[in-house]
Design a protein around this ligand. Structure first.
Ligand code: ACO
Length: 319
C-alpha cells in the first residue's frame, strides 16, 4: 500500500514578465529566448510572498481532494528557500491552513516534488499517515542574477501542491544525486560570524548552462526508462510524461531518445519558464485541469536539477 494523488492545486504570482520586457533589462531578445528555450513569459513575485503562494496552492489541492486541513497527517514543502530559515516553510503552511500535523522542508532543487513523493511513500508504507500534503514552491527571482542574460531569462516563480491519500497508484520511483557544486550553485550569501574566515559570495544563481543541458538530455530518458521498467511496463504504456520544464529543447531531445511519442509530453514552459521544484506539479495540475488525464492513465513524472539531482516516477491517475 502506498498512495494515490487525490487532488492538486497551483499558485503563481500575478505579474507576467514577457521576453520583450526582459530585453529592456538585459541584452537579449524574444527570438533568442523563444528559439533556444521555448519560454515566452514567466511569473515574478511582486507583492506575493512565498507563504501566500504555498497557502493558495495547498487550499486548492485540499478542495480538489475533498479533505480538510485538520485531516492531514504530514506536510512536506519542497523549496530551495522558504520565507525563513526557521520556521520551515512547511510549518508556515501548517500554521496558515490550520493543520495540526508535523511539517518540514526538503531541498532537492528542481527534483524536489519527486523527492517529496518518495519521502511521503515511506510514511504510507509504514502506515504512519492517511493524508499527506506536498507543496513544491520556489521564487527564484530573488536569487536570480538579473545582470546575467544566460540565466535570468530561464527562470520564473510559482509552484503547486498535491494531496496524497492511501492507495496503490505509485508504481515506481527512482531518485539520483551526483554531488556537484561546479555546474550549478546558489550560495547562501551571508555569514554573520565575526570569526569565519571565508568571504561570503552573493546569493545569486551560477550555472554552466551547457553542462546542465548535457546532463539533462541523458538523465531524463534514463530516469524514465528506469521507472517504466521497475513498474513492469513498456514505454508504449505511458499515456503522459510530465517533464521538468527547463528548456523545450531538453524535452524534445529526451523524447527523441524514448519510444514515447512527443505529443504525450505535456509542456507549459512557454508561460512559466523554469520554476524549479514547482515545475512538475504545476504541469501535472494544468494537465489535470485541462481534462487531459483520464482515470487509469499511466503518467511518468521526471525532473532534474541542482545537486545534481534527478527524480522520476510512474503514477496511475486515479481521479
Ligand atoms: N540572449 C541572447 N543571447 C544569449 C543569451 C540571451 N539571453 N544567453 C546567451 N546568449 C548568447 C551567448 O552569449 C552565446 O553567444 P556567442 O556564441 O557569441 O558566445 C550564444 O547565445 C549561445 O550561447 P549558449 O550558452 O551556447 O546557448 P545554448 O543554446 O546552449 O543555450 C541555455 C543556453 C539556454 C542556458 C541552455 O544551455 C540550457 O537550457 N541549459 C540547461 C539549463 C537548465 O536546464 N537548468 C536547470 C537546472 S536549474 C535548477 O535546478 C535551479
Amino acid at each position: 500500500m502506498s498512495f494515490s494523488i487525490l487532488g492538486t492545486g497551483k499558485a503563481v504570482p500575478d505579474y507576467i514578465l514577457t521576453n520583450d520586457e526582459l530585453a529592456t533589462i538585459v541584452e537579449t531578445n524574444d527570438e533568442w529566448i523563444r528559439t533556444r528555450t521555448g519560454i515566452e513569459e514567466r511569473r515574478i513575485c511582486k507583492d506575493e510572498t512565498i507563504t501566500e503562494l504555498c497557502v493558495k496552492a495547498a487550499k486548492e489541492a485540499l478542495d480538489d481532494a475533498g479533505i480538510t486541513a485538520e485531516q492531514l497527517d504530514l506536510i512536506i514543502c519542497s523549496t530551495m528557500r522558504g520565507e525563513n530559515l526557521t520556521p520551515s516553510q512547511g510549518c508556515m503552511i501548517q500554521k496558515e491552513i490550520g493543520a495540526k500535523c508535523p511539517a518540514f522542508d526538503l531541498n532537492a532543487a528542481c527534483s524536489g516534488f519527486i523527492y517529496a513523493l518518495d519521502v511521503a511513500d515511506g510514511y504510507f508504507v509504514r502506515k504512519k499517515v492517511k493524508y499527506v500534503l506536498v507543496v513544491s514552491m520556489d521564487n527564484l527571482s530573488n536569487i536570480t542574477n538579473w545582470k546575467d542574460r544566460s540565466t535570468c531569462v530561464l527562470f520564473g516563480d510559482g509552484g503547486a501542491a498535491a494531496v496524497l491519500g492511501e492507495g496503490d497508484d505509485l508504481l515506481a520511483i527512482h531518485l539520483t544525486a551526483a554531488g556537484n557544486d561546479e555546474v550549478l550553485r546558489i550560495p547562501h550569501g551571508e555569514n554573520s560570524s565575526p570569526f569565519y574566515e571565508h568571504k561570503p559570495e552573493p546569493a545569486l544563481l551560477q550555472m554552466m548552462g551547457n553542462d546542465v543541458y548535457k546532463f539533462a538530455v541523458t538523465a531524463m530518458p534514463e530516469g524514465i526508462r528506469t521507472v517504466v521498467e521497475e513498474a513492469g511496463l513498456q514505454q508504449s504504456d505511458v499515456n503522459w510524461v510530465i517533464p521538468h520544464q527547463a528548456n523545450i529543447r531538453i524535452i524534445n531531445t529526451a523524447a527523441a531518445k524514448l519510444d514515447i511519442p512527443r505529443e504525450r509530453f505535456f509542456c507549459n514552459i512557454n508561460h512559466y519558464g523554469n520554476t524549479s521544484s514547482g515545475s512538475v506539479p504545476i504541469a501535472l495540475h494544468e494537465a489535470s485541469q485541462a481534462g487531459l488525464l483520464k482515470k487509469g492513465d499511466i503518467i511518468a513524472l521526471c525532473a532534474f536539477g541542482g545537486g545534481l539531482t534527478t527524480g522520476s516516477c510512474i503514477i496511475r491517475w486515479c481521479k
